[in-house]
Ligand binder design. Sequence first.
Ligand code: FES
Length: 120
Amino acid sequence: MSKITKEELDSMAKQPKKEDKDWIKVGMSSCGIAAGAEEVFKTLTEEVKKRNIKVAIKKCGCAGMCSVEPLVEVNVEGMPQVTYGKVNKDVAIQILDDHIHSHRLVNDHIYDIQAKKPNG
Ligand code: FES
């Protein structure tokens, strides 16, 4: 397991940029990394590039749900913002196939869901 640098922690604390309309954030707290978040981040990054999907992949810090790490938060236009838990490599690919591509939620892994404001 690699050490997290101060620069990486600072970048994790930043929210997605305004120009990043659609994004996926992977929780990289110590419990997330222990549960496999690095593999999930790598899988999402590689698959998004391979499939030429226009979605930003970000790292973030603690989401306060250690027991269901790795956590992945997904925000795409026309969908509620969803936090998925217990995400492994296969679930990460399912999120890309179902949530991102087909606009269907991955029901078995939803841990939080936020409706968006009509204009938000
Ligand atoms: S320390 Fe595990 S979610 Fe914050």
